[in-house]
Every structure is written in structure tokens, then in C-alpha cells.
Write a protein that binds this ligand. Structure first.
Ligand SMILES: Nc1ncnc2c1ncn2[C@@H]1O[C@H](COP(=O)(O)OP(=O)(O)OP(=O)(O)O)[C@@H](O)[C@H]1O
Length: 737
């Protein structure tokens, strides 16, 4: 297989060099054509290079005597006979699903472990009837391979798991594309990694559809997105948008911090009505007639006339800016009539009326009045003006308490925060686009449509000619992809950009599939924004209600999905914890029971080598004890990685006294041997060793402090230490050493 890989890689490299060396670029078509070939061959070369490690990891022997090798990509020999089967194909499914209880025609499954190009381990599951007696074997697949991967030191980046995907995980990965799938699972059950493999599977299986519309993966923060950003490229997928909800409003960068109370208020659906009211408050009817002079004419705009114009505009059901046009037309008509009456209707013709209308429309005074009565708005303007004025807030949000209104009040030039983004998105819907933006977009769309039709025709011809001339080696299964590339390139010569680039820049982009990780953290307003980006509701949501760290977060999956995808959602559960060893999960179990006595933590797949330690020291000794504990833990884990998790309010204080630890704003934090984080920042991440400093402080930091502590305890893959400043909190005291 490696020989074949080398041949294909060399061929792709040769083609790439040849195409790049060719001297045919003297016109647009030649340029596009060369770009497409370069793209195709460099893409193929990159893919063939990315699968070098662990190219083949499994084999299935079937009852009929057939035998298939399973690997990271599909490989065929010169006769197109399969050498290696891609893990995403239906044929490979039994590798992940067969158990002694349901062997699916498989007699033996073999896990192959490689180091470089050398086989260093082979583990067989024999799926014959005798094995049925062995209950253990029916649950774990490829136990030795799995354990060896779980026991390895963490690198600071999430790895792909194609070789050891477990049955319950595979069912989620291969679940069908349409509808919303929600996956509930405790910490360490593989929700994140499964969601990413699902993205790779869907892109492989529904390439046609998803390559055009794109896949969006939403994560809780940028550190987390960096933690996972290697997984999809290592599976050969690069055209995916990774973003936090705060990044989903183009142009706006949400860099500001905000209080938990502000996030809760802004995350609630009440804001939908508040924003609608705020827009309505910009559509004014004057209390008294407005009198003014245009040229020599005395004009008057009475409240009744404005009210009528407003009513007409609102009846159109258009958003604020487009509806403004109707309002303006009506008001101008009223004023034109007044001028005409003054001149004397008998003296004017149609053309004169039009002239008067035009003059009034261009008059500064008239424009000023119109802007006062119904100003053109932008989402940024609306939201910042609303949130910075106590008076406007009281007017628009009488249903909020005084305290809630105060919580969201901020200066007009304050930086945008993550929970402002769904408000901006909502505002954009209510306001609609500005006139200039609409016409520019219409023009662009018409031009693009015409070009696209030409480009597609041209792309087909190029492919045909090249194939007939056997100028170029294109594998049969690449023809469609290739034609697409030529098409895209020709269409986008002036405006190059991948689907993911274009999708990130366009607020109204509709994604083919959206994956949401740590989905429990999203507020109701966040969901509204995401649902707009995916009207077909083809989504995968993974999360754990018990880990919800904010009051704005999800309390029930059913409630959320019955609202947005009634009868179009299904759920699955992951029950086995692959991260945290049994001993540490016993500590986590106590914390979970304190959150809700009915909840049970997921069962750990393995036992660890080290018992967790919990220690309490008097406040005066805390700083020294912490420094000593960090030193001891570093020695215990060698090359592994340590996280020190602290209460949010004490972050700066502790950061100031600890040396040699990477801070949360350090871009290299994931690569550092010791990382200092608060529990929220550690969400989704994992470390060889976790040291929790001041657990009582974590519990006290918010109403959801116990959930934060639960998150903190479940980040470790090997070792857990807890150092209390004063007494150990009750939820942990049972484990004191
Ligand atoms: N089948 C598997 N083979 C190998 N490793 C696995 C497998 N499933 C999960 N893991 C590993 O277990 C760890 C936990 O996975 P992941 O982070 O996806 O869990 P999670 O459910 O998202 O956790 P949390 O909710 O705590 O963030 C990761 O290191 C992941 O690579």
C-alpha cells in the first residue's frame, strides 16, 4: 500500500510540476485552466501526504472468505482493484460495528498498529460464536489499540481517532444528513471528536451538496477552536468554517468582556421583542404639526398625515430600511400636493408635479425631517444606541427589570461582546439592507449568474478536451470534482475565495450542515442566529447539559429543538468516558450528584495509575503550597501537560504569583507545559494532569459554579490534584487524603 501511495504521490507531484512549468498563460481561460490543474494536483498531493501516518489500521475477514483492509483513504491498483478501503465507505462500516453478538458477516477484525511504515502490533477480535460468552468483548472494539491511544501523553492538540472509533460513536458519525441530531454525553465521551469525524464523513458522502454550501463547526471559544483545528485537515478536509458564535457577524469583532448578568439578559428571547420595539421607536409620529418653508412655500406636516404614511409602510411587512422607502414616498406626496395646491393645480402638468416631487426629495430641510421621523439605520447603530441609553432601554424594554436593564447598559463606543453578535444579527433582520447595498448586491448577483452559466459550459469543455487528448491523468471519480474546480476558478478569477472564505464573509450565507460543540453553552439568541444560517436544520449538536456554565445556556434539548425543528430532530447518547480514569471519575461523580442527584457520570473505560489527591491548606500557606504542587505535578508527568485551573475572580491574582505558566491570552497556551486557565476556558480541553486551585472559589464564582467544578475535575487524562484555600468544599471532602 505504501508503494502504491508513493507511486500516486510521485505522479501527482510530476503533474503539478508539469502544469506549473507550462507556458500557456496568456489569457483568462489559460490562467483559469492552469489554476484548476494546480489546485487539483496540489490538493491531491497534500491529501496523499496527510495519510502517511497510520495509512492502514484495520482488516476485516468476511464469512465468504473475502478480506478488506481499512485505512485513511481508498487506494486502488493499476487495474482499479481495491487495495485499501476508505474508512468512510459503507463497506468499512462493519469494521466499526461488528460485535460477537451481531457479527455482520465478519469473522475476524484485525487492528493494525504502525510505527512509520512498520507494523508494530496486530490485535484480533474473533467474532465467532464462542466469543459470544465473553460479555466484555461485545462492548469495546480493538481494546488494545484503543488503550494504547488513550494512555498516550497529550500533545495539546486533539487527534483523529479513525482507527479506534467505537460502535456507539460510529452510529452517530454515519447518521443520515437531514434533520437535527443532538448528542448528549458526559465528559470525555468523545462528543467533540465524533462530531468532527461526522463532518469528515458527511463531506465525503455528500461531497456534491456540501462542497457548495459548506459546513460550519461552532465551538465555545478560540482556544478550543485551535485545539481542534488539526483534526479535519488530518482527515483530508480543509473546506470547513470553524467559528465561535461571536465570529458569525461579518465585520464585527467581538473582543469585549461582559458580566454573567449581561450575557444572561442579552441571551434571552425577550431581546427579540426589545429590539423590535427599539426599531419601532425610531419610527416617529410628531406630537404637533411640523411647519417649515421650502423656497417661498410654507408647508406643514401634520401628525395625522405622518401616522397614515407610517401605517402604509408598516402594512408592507418590509424591514425598517426598505419600509422607509414607502414612508418617504407617502410623505413626499403629501408635501408635493401642498406645493401644487399653493401654485394652483390648474397651472401645472404631470412633468411639473414630478419636478416638485424631486426638488422636495433633494431638499435638506425635508431630508432632515424624514431622517428624524424614520431614519435609515444600521444594525451596529441600533444596538449601540439602544445599549448605551438608559432612556431608550426603558422605552424599548419595559418588560425587563431595572436591574436587568442596568446590567446591559454600556458606553456607546464599548467593544462588541460575544452576546452582542446575535443581537446585531437580529437587528439586521429587522432593519434590512440599506438602499445602496441592495442595488450593489443585485447587480453583482446578476453578473455572477451570467458568468456562472458560461463558466460551467467552459469547464465541461475543458475537461472533455483534456480527457480526450489524454493530456492529463484524471481518475474517473475525480472528473466531477475536477469540472467543479475549473468552474469555480473561471467564475472566481476576479474574486477568488473558497466556499469557507465566502461563507465567513456573508451574513446571509446558508450552510449545508452546522455542527455545534459544547452546544449547552449557547443562549436562546445564539440559537436564533444559528438557525437562520441553516433553514433546512441539517445539524449536529453535541453537548452535556450538566456542564452548562451559564444561566443563558440550554436547559433541555427537547425544548430547544421542538421550537426550531419540530419532528425533524433525533437524539443519541454517548455513555463511555474515554478520557478520565475511574479514580478521578469517582471524585467527579460526587460533584455531579450535588448538581443533580439523578445524574450519573459516564463510565470510565480504564483505570488510572494515580489516585487523585485533595489537600486543604490555611490561606497563609496557599501560594507556597500551590507553587510546590505545580512543581511536584510537573515532575510526575514528565513530558506531559499540566493545567492549573483557578476561580475566574482570582485569575489575575494567581497569575501574578505563578512563574513559568502560560496565561490564557497567550496564543501558545496549548503548547505550553503548564497552562493557567479558569474552568470556562478549559471547557472541551484535556490535559495529562489537572491541578484545581481553590475549588470553593470555583463553586462560588457563579450560580453554575458546581458545573464549572465538574468541568474542571473531568479535564484530566491521568492525574488530578485539588488544593483548597482553607477548607475543602463539602462535595469533595469525602475524598480527602
Ligand atoms: N474511539 C476513540 N478512540 C480513541 N480515543 C478516543 C475515542 N473516543 C474518544 N477518544 C478520546 O477521548 C478524549 C475525549 O474526547 P472528546 O474531547 O471528544 O470528549 P467530549 O465528550 O467532547 O468531552 P467534554 O464534554 O468533556 O469536552 C479525547 O482525547 C478523544 O481523542
Amino acid at each position: 500500500m505504501y508503494e502504491r501511495l508513493d507511486v500516486l504521490r510521485e505522479r501527482a507531484r510530476g503533474e503539478l510540476e508539469r502544469v506549473q512549468g507550462e507556458n500557456t498563460v496568456d489569457n483568462l481561460q489559460g490562467y483559469s485552466e492552469r489554476e484548476s490543474f494546480t489546485n487539483l494536483f496540489s490538493g491531491r498531493f497534500a491529501q496523499l501526504s496527510s495519510v502517511e501516518r497510520g495509512l492502514c489500521f484495520g482488516r476485516i475477514d468476511e464469512t465468504g472468505g473475502e478480506r478488506f483492509h481499512i485505512g485513511r483513504i481508498g487506494l486502488f491498483d493499476e487495474e482499479y482493484d481495491p487495495l485499501l478501503i476508505d474508512w468512510r465507505t459503507p463497506l468499512a462500516q462493519s469494521f466499526y460495528r461488528a460485535t460477537p453478538a451481531a457479527p455482520l458477516g465478519v469473522t475476524r477484525r484485525r487492528h493494525i498498529r504502525l510505527h512509520g511504515r512498520t507494523v508494530i502490533g496486530v490485535d484480533d477480535d474473533v467474532l465467532d460464536l464462542d466469543a459470544l460468552q465473553d460479555a466484555d468483548r461485545s462492548t469495546l472494539i480493538g481494546e488494545a489499540a484503543l488503550m494504547s491511544s488513550l494512555g498516550a501523553n497529550r500533545t495539546g492538540r486533539m487527534n483523529e481517532i479513525v482507527a479506534t472509533i467505537q460502535t456507539e460513536q460510529d452510529e452517530i458519525i454515519r447518521s443520515e444528513l437531514p434533520g437535527a441530531l443532538v448528542v448528549q454525553g458526559g465528559p470525555g465521551t468523545g462528543k467533540t471528536v465524533v462530531a468532527l469525524h461526522r463532518a469528515a464523513y458527511l463531506l465525503y458522502t455528500h461531497r456534491e451538496q456540501l462542497a457548495r454550501t459548506g459546513v460550519l463547526v461552532v465551538g465555545p471559544n478560540t482556544t478550543f477552536l485551535r485545539y481542534i483545528d488539526q483534526v479535519l485537515p488530518s482527515l483530508g478536509e480543509t473546506d470547513v468554517v470553524l467559528a465561535t458564535v461571536g465570529e458569525l457577524y461579518p465585520v464585527v469583532e467581538a473582543t469585549g468582556a461582559e458580566s454573567a448578568a449581561a450575557a444572561r439578559v442579552k441571551g434571552d428571547l425577550t431581546m427579540v421583542d426589545v429590539l423590535a420595539q427599539a426599531v419601532a421607536n425610531f419610527q416617529r409620529v410628531p406630537d404637533a404639526p411640523i411647519e417649515f418653508k421650502v423656497d417661498q412655500h410654507e408647508l406643514v406636516l401634520r401628525p395625522g398625515a405622518v401616522r397614515k404614511a407610517k401605517q402604509k409602510a408598516l402594512e408592507s411587512d418590509e424591514p425598517h430600511n426598505p419600509a422607509r422607502k414607502i414612508f418617504v414616498r407617502r410623505i413626499l406626496k403629501v408635501l408635493t400636493d401642498q406645493v401644487i395646491d399653493k401654485i394652483g393645480r390648474q397651472y401645472v402638468g404631470e412633468e411639473d408635479i414630478e419636478d416638485v416631487h424631486k426638488e422636495l426629495a433633494e431638499d435638506d430641510r425635508v431630508q432632515g425631517i424624514l431622517d428624524h421621523l424614520w431614519p435609515e439605520l444600521t444594525p451596529q447603530l441600533l444596538v449601540s444606541v439602544l445599549l448605551s441609553s438608559a432612556e431608550r432601554l426603558t422605552e424599548a424594554a419595559p418588560q425587563l427589570s431595572e436591574a436587568d436593564r442596568t446590567a446591559i447598559l454600556r458606553p456607546i463606543d464599548a467593544p462588541w461582546t460575544a452576546s452582542d453578535v446575535p443581537l446585531l444579527d437580529e437587528a439586521a433582520e429587522l432593519i434590512g439592507e440599506l438602499d445602496a447595498a441592495v442595488s450593489a448586491r443585485r447587480q453583482q448577483a446578476a453578473a455572477a449568474e451570467a458568468e456562472a452559466a458560461d463558466a460551467w459550459k467552459y469547464a465541461r469543455e475543458v475537461v472533455q478536451v483534456q480527457l480526450e487528448a489524454t493530456n492529463i491523468v484524471v481518475m474517473p471519480w475525480e472528473i466531477e470534482q475536477f469540472a467543479n474546480l475549473v468552474h469555480r476558478r473561471t467564475q472566481l478569477v476576479d474574486n477568488p475565495g473558497t466556499v469557507s472564505e465566502r461563507a465567513s464573509a456573508d451574513r446571509s450565507w446558508v450552510f449545508g450542515h452546522i455542527i455545534v460543540d459544547e452546544a449547552q453553552e449557547l443562549s436562546a439568541m445564539d440559537w436564533r442566529l444559528l438557525m437562520r444560517r441553516c433553514p433546512r436544520r441539517s445539524m449536529t449538536l453535541v453537548g452535556d447539559i450538566a456542564q452548562t456554565g451559564t444561566d443563558a445556556g440550554v436547559k433541555s434539548w427537547a425544548e430547544l429543538l421542538d421550537r426550531y425543528a419540530p419532528r425533524r430532530w433525533r437524539s443519541a447518547e454517548l455513555t463511555v468516558n474515554y478520557r478520565t480514569p475511574t479514580e478521578i471519575m469517582t471524585v467527579a461523580g460526587g460533584v455531579l450528584a450535588a448538581i443533580d442527584p439523578n445524574l450519573r457520570p459516564p463510565i470510565s473505560v480504564r483505570e488510572g495509575d494515580a489516585e487523585p489527591w485533595l489537600r486543604a491548606v490555611p490561606a497563609a500557606e496557599f501560594a507556597d503550597a500551590l507553587t510546590a504542587a505545580i512543581k511536584a505535578e510537573r515532575e510526575a508527568i514528565g513530558d506531559g501537560r499540566l493545567a492549573v485551573l483557578v476561580p475566574r475572580p482570582r485569575y489575575d491574582e494567581l497569575a501574578a504569583i505563578l512563574e513559568d505558566v502560560a496565561r490564557s491570552n497567550d496564543p501558545a497556551i496549548l503548547d505550553a507545559p503548564v497552562a493557567l486557565l479558569d474552568a470556562t476556558q478549559a471547557k472541551g480541553l484535556e490535559f495529562d494532569s489537572v491541578l484545581i486551585a481553590d475549588p470553593a472559589g470555583i463553586i462560588a464564582e457563579s450560580d453554575r459554579g458546581l458545573s464549572d467544578l465538574y468541568v474542571a475535575v473531568t479535564r484530566a487524562t491521568k492525574r488530578l490534584g485539588v488544593l483548597a484555600d482553607g477548607d475543602l468544599p463539602e462535595v469533595l471532602s469525602g475524598h480527602r487524603q
